[in-house]
Design a protein around this ligand. Structure first.
Ligand code: KIV
Length: 282
């Protein structure tokens, strides 16, 4: 049975840490699910790691729905959270409700995530009131990269630290079931986490959050364009793939692939019944 938002919230109550990961496709989602990850984010980072854009700003609702469907098909246990892309919820709360609903109805996700604190609280409330669980996301909010002036740690000044505390409280009051804290100094994340009854999920937000989320490409060494400081490399899968592919090319070029074992046989007398192959004119 799939995890529920109540199950995720119980983990905070019981002091169990929550390991969340992104996934964007069927095969990877199967591996993540089998590893016992209780909550998967189909993040709009797919724009960068899957589609090759420089930022997440170009990702569309159709991109997200297609990838959410694949992840849902690949999972049976994990709660799947779909990331609302840029401009799918900011212009009006009607847009937000309709697009969040599409993630559940067409995509099969169990929850949605959106970026922003106090200014988004009313929108979160409207989506939650429609029966759609919402995960908040504050701190470094990549959809606002142009306003933030880059991908920078947030909350090192008294003003921003205090604003982040207000954002977290506003999201909890609006009914968010959990909040991502991205690139927030560890002591501030600890303060935010202590003050909330809903789980915080950190990415670059230190060890005191109730859970952690990482982009799967970052922890597996699959994305070489960026290497975020907060991501620990658990494997160098990119190197393994590169070596395997070089070996494949070498085998094809040398004629050692395929062998008889990798080919299909037939009754070769049938060949005698066929018209002779035309001689090559070269
Ligand atoms: O899109 C994403 O993958 C995210 C995580 C970085 C939290 O929002």
């Amino acid at each position: 049975m799939r995890n529920t938002i109540q199950g995720i919230q119980d983990m905070k109550r019981h002091g169990d840490r929550i390991a969340m990961l992104t996934a964007y496709d069927y095969s990877t989602a199967k591996l993540v699910d089998a590893a016992g990850v209780p909550m998967i984010l189909v993040g709009d980072t797919l724009g960068m790691v899957m589609l090759g854009y420089e930022t997440t700003l170009h990702v569309t609702m159709d991109d997200m729905v297609r990838h959410i469907q694949a992840v849902v098909r690949g999972t049976s246990q994990a709660l799947v959270v779909g990331d609302l892309p840029f401009m799918s919820y900011q212009a009006s709360s009607d847009d937000a409700v309709r697009n969040a609903g599409r993630f559940l109805q067409d995509g099969g996700a169990q929850a949605v995530k959106l970026e922003g604190g106090v200014p988004m609280a009313a929108t979160v409330r409207r989506i939650v009131d429609c029966g759609i669980p919402v995960m908040g996301h504050i701190g470094l909010t990549p959809q606002s990269v142009n306003q933030l002036g880059g991908y920078k740690v947030q909350g090192r000044t008294p003003e921003v630290a205090s604003r982040l505390l207000d954002d977290a409280r506003a999201l909890e009051e609006a009914g968010a079931f959990s909040i991502v804290l991205e690139c927030v100094p560890a002591p501030l994340s600890a303060r935010i986490t202590e003050g909330l009854s809903i789980p915080t999920i950190g990415i670059g937000a230190g060890p005191h959050c109730d859970g952690q989320v990482q982009v799967i490409h970052d922890i597996l060494g699959l994305f070489s364009d960026l290497r975020p400081r907060h991501a620990r490399r658990y494997a160098e899968v990119g190197d393994v793939i590169r070596e395997a592919l070089q070996q494949y090319v070498a085998d094809v070029v040398a004629g050692t692939f395929p062998t008889a074992k990798e080919s299909f046989s037939m009754d070769e007398r049938i060949l005698d019944t066929l018209s002779p192959a035309a001689a090559s004119s070269a």
